[in-house]
Write a protein that binds this ligand. Structure first.
Ligand code: SF4
Length: 378
């Protein structure tokens, strides 16, 4: 397949792996004292496991799986608020599929649907807009969720609803931004990170400059990466080359997709519709300043938090995790998914206890999905 095969070329992969091994040896990194490289994006976590990259790279490299899966970092309190809105008689609640099974304190959206709530799975906020046009006597609420990758499409749907004066449409906004949690992790004295593989899709929207602080203020290298195996291997090599040379820079391996200044149209839509919340709660990380977005007052009529009086009006919160769930520790790199006592027993993709097992981008789901393949291969 054109433009894919060349990024999966085994001969080229062996060459890059040899260069990675050479630098790892030169830096004297071992399994006991590895270089800890965080892939921020859940899509990268899955690519690393799908292609077996953590087995192909030397033991002196440890991949730390970061908080870049929006479903995984959503706290239970926000799921509870989704259920509260969805169970109102007048509401049709529209959600992406991967958020349907995330456990709340009481129930997930899937369980609320089974109990009779009118909850519909959609592929785009435009689907929700269409449902609003067809159901003028109902309130249609779109569950806006995700990083800067999905934030623009929700913004465009609000702008469109404004143009059509579609007053029975609103958004329960849970959009979040990538740089603040990276800063929170770097400020954590217990976190030991040597470099980052930066998110490709998010960077397509925001560009590479929002990561400048990682290199300039914290002295850590970051390489924005694509999602094919050679993209990731090359990005790891670029991080290692920076460490070897004593450099800390923002580099862009994914230049075929990521413009350094981002996407101007998307950034304009984001700036028009949203403003930063003073703080937002992240599962496993707690409240992080200016890490979430809320709908500007000019678009208040389309803000489900305003319309249904739920959400952050009551100020910062701290949700609890389900008993026995170690999602927070996994997400901050303190333990691996397999170290969680619930992994594979009390928590499976069919019956997830924590969000990291629900989402297609969650680290626990990646270990579970590809672990059996590794065992069979061995
Ligand atoms: S195995 Fe389940 S409960 Fe344990 S950390 Fe992963 S998602 Fe959370």
């Amino acid at each position: 397949m054109k433009y894919v095969e060349e990024f999966r070329d085994p001969a080229a992969a062996k060459t890059v792996l040899a260069a990675i091994a050479q630098i790892t040896d030169a830096l004297k990194a071992t399994a006991d004292a590895p270089l800890r490289i965080m892939e921020i994006c859940g899509g990268h976590t899955h690519a690393i496991f799908r292609y077996g990259l953590e087995r192909l790279t030397p033991p002196g490299i440890e991949f730390i799986h970061g908080p870049g899966c929006p479903v995984c970092v959503l706290p239970m309190s926000r799921i509870d608020e989704c259920v509260e809105i969805a169970e109102r008689d007048e509401v049709i609640f529209c959600s992406f599929g991967d958020a349907m099974r995330v456990p709340g304190t009481g129930k997930s959206l899937m369980q609320a649907k089974a109990d009779g709530a009118d909850i519909r799975m959609v592929y785009s906020p435009l689907d929700a807009l269409e449902i609003a046009r067809r159901n003028p006597d109902r309130e249609i609420v779109f569950f806006g969720l995700g990083f800067e990758t999905t934030t623009p499409s929700t913004a465009l749907s609000i702008q469109q609803a404004t143009r059509e004066n579609l007053r029975n449409f609103s958004v329960f906004c849970n959009h979040i931004t990538v740089p603040p949690p990276i800063k929170a992790l770097l400020d954590d004295p217990h976190m030991q990170l040597d470099g980052f593989v930066g998110p490709g899709h998010v960077s397509m929207v925001i560009g590479t400059h929002p990561y400048d602080f990682i290199a300039q203020d914290y002295g850590k290298p970051i390489v924005v990466a694509g999602f094919e195996p050679l993209d990731l291997l090359q990005s790891v090599l670029m991080v290692l080359q920076q460490i070897r040379d004593g450099r800390a820079e923002v580099e862009n391996q994914y230049a075929r997709v990521v413009p350094e200044d981002g996407n101007a149209v998307s950034l304009a839509a984001i700036a028009d519709v949203y403003e930063p919340r003073p703080s937002f709660e992240w599962r496993g990380l707690g409240e992080i300043e200016e890490s979430g977005l809320r709908i500007r007052s000019a678009y208040r009529a389309f803000d489900a938090e305003e319309k249904f009086a739920v959400g952050y009006g009551a100020g910062p919160r701290q949700s609890s995790e389900p008993e026995g769930c170690a999602c927070g520790q996994v997400m901050t790199g303190r333990i691996k998914p397999t170290d969680c006592a619930q992994y594979g027993t009390g928590c499976t993709p069919e019956l997830p206890l924590g969000a990291l097992m629900v989402s297609s981008e969650g680290a626990c789901a990646a270990y579970y999905q590809y672990g059996a393949v590794y065992e069979a291969a061995e």
